[in-house]
Design a protein around this ligand. Structure first.
Ligand SMILES: Cc1cc2nc3c(=O)[nH]c(=O)nc-3n(C[C@H](O)[C@H](O)[C@H](O)COP(=O)(O)OP(=O)(O)OC[C@H]3O[C@@H](n4cnc5c(N)ncnc54)[C@H](O)[C@@H]3O)c2cc1C
Length: 415
């Protein structure tokens, strides 16, 4: 029979709300401390307000999307994507699975996920939620965490779960406090970097092309010697400052560390990845011949969407009115270069206000992966995005927040 403990949860985001749910169901006392006037501000804007809460792929594939599968596996095997879906279904939330196995509430409202997490803890005598409560320090005695200092008060407990999130979208409360708090206690923090974020490139795209979606393309990032650093196939968008959209977000995560280390990087978009360069070149030449009485604008439409035509022709220095029969081999080479090889230097990313997640955080070798307990401080559990654990877009990051919370709760309940 488990003993009753009081657990302080620092941070009322995805991970903290899940932990409060699980512990209170176990009959444990919980005090949830949230810095903002409301819990779950980030959760409520996830998935563009629709909350892609997890991914319904199989276990091995799921783990392949996580930065450290070995560390995450015990948490995931304890509380996996299917468990998470049942958890919400038991709370009468209907779910739907969309393209790429992304799971959303059928209502399309992230708020429904938030309120489902809140409903059982809000008026629960085992749970006290203290909002506007800014935790500054942990109180440590004999190597054990025994409480916190928040709003100039000491609050004591048997166990502490710290889940203050990362640093992105700081207006939601995720301002990196956990890094500072744990660094003071000699926890190693792997440098936090914005990830799943748009990339700025040297020239960007004209404002009229803002948010233009390019489907089924291949984006490759190389170093200055043209060695491939990362490459992905899928959909992306153009931006005045550079590029964004699904594959760019994933690439930003792939390159975050090397880019931060100062590596020069170049990005190229292959608009026609399914046709090899020789074949495409022949196709372009043939189109010049066959459509000899059409102008360049009309011919180029064969390979790209209308809004891109002017951009391509002006970059390739081809007059849009030139008739097919007047287009030259040089023009064909130029178009081929744009459609397959044009490369631009990456000059940065869109930063903390636009990044979806933080890469980096509490070093995993200082956390027990079977319990999520700190190896440095007893009775202290670290969960969610605060850990140096991250994943692709597709619902994987929220699952990390939920699964790590569930595993820490199991360890606490078993004490
Ligand atoms: C715009 C956007 C869209 C996203 N969409 C998705 C998606 O669809 N699917 C997906 O899987 N992931 C998505 N993510 C990522 C996902 O939201 C996070 O990975 C997840 O919320 C992390 O959960 P967490 O509980 O660790 O941190 P958070 O949810 O950030 O919660 C941390 C909480 O701690 C509180 N806090 C911080 N410091 C203190 C302190 N000192 N004292 C007390 N409280 C404190 C904060 O106020 C906050 O409430 C998205 C992120 C963003 C920014």
């Amino acid at each position: 029979m488990a003993t009753m403990h009081t657990t302080l949860i620092i941070g009322g985001g995805a991970s903290g709300l899940m932990a409060a749910n699980i512990l209170s169901k176990e009959g444990q006392k919980v005090i949830l401390l949230e810095k903002k006037h409301q819990c779950g501000l980030k959760l409520r804007i996830t998935g563009k307000g629709r909350c892609n809460l997890t991914n319904a792929c199989d276990k091995d594939e799921f783990l392949s999307h996580v930065s450290d599968a070995d560390f995450f596996a015990p948490a995931f095997y304890w509380f996996d994507n299917k468990d998470l879906m049942s958890f919400f279904e038991q709370k009468d939330i209907e779910l739907k699975v969309e393209r790429g196995n992304r799971v959303y509430p059928a209502s399309g409202k992230a708020n429904d996920i938030f309120f489902a997490l809140l409903q059982d803890i809000e008026h629960n005598e085992n749970v006290e939620i203290i909002k506007n409560c800014d935790v500054k320090h942990l109180i440590i005695e004999d190597g054990r965490a025994i409480g916190v200092v928040a709003n100039n008060q000491r609050i004591l407990a048997d166990n502490i779960i710290i889940c203050t999130g990362g640093r992105t979208y700081p207006t939601t409360g995720a301002t990196g406090d956990g890094y500072r708090i744990l660094k003071l206690l000699n926890h190693k923090i792997t440098k936090p970097l914005p990830a799943l974020v748009g990339l700025r490139t040297q020239s960007g795209y004209p404002s009229e092309l803002q948010n233009l979606e390019i489907k089924h393309c291949k984006v490759t990032i190389t170093d200055k010697n043209k060695n491939i650093i990362a490459s992905r196939f899928g959909d992306m968008t153009l931006d005045e400052y550079g590029v964004s959209g699904p594959i760019i977000l994933s690439l930003s995560r792939d390159i975050a560390k090397d880019f931060d280390a100062g590596e020069e990087m170049f990005l190229s978009i292959d608009f026609k990845p399914k046709i090899d360069k020789d074949k495409l070149y022949q196709e372009i030449l043939a189109a010049f011949k066959e459509r000899r009485t059409e102008n360049a604008s009309s011919i180029v439409r064969k390979w790209v969407q209308k809004p891109l035509v002017n951009e391509i022709l002006s970059t390739c220095k081809i007059n849009p009115k030139t008739m097919g029969y007047k287009l030259t081999e040089r023009d064909a080479k130029s178009l081929l270069w744009y459609l397959k090889f044009r490369s631009e230097e990456i000059i940065g990313d869109m930063g903390w206000n636009e990044a979806i997640i933080t890469k980096g955080g509490v070093a995993l070798n200082e956390v027990d992966k079977h319990t999520l307990q700190s190896k440095k401080i007893k009775n202290l559990y670290i969960t969610g995005e605060l850990l140096d654990l991250d994943a692709d877009t597709g619902g994987y990051n929220l699952q990390i927040a939920f699964s790590t919370a569930a595993l820490a709760c199991k360890a606490i309940a078993n004490q």
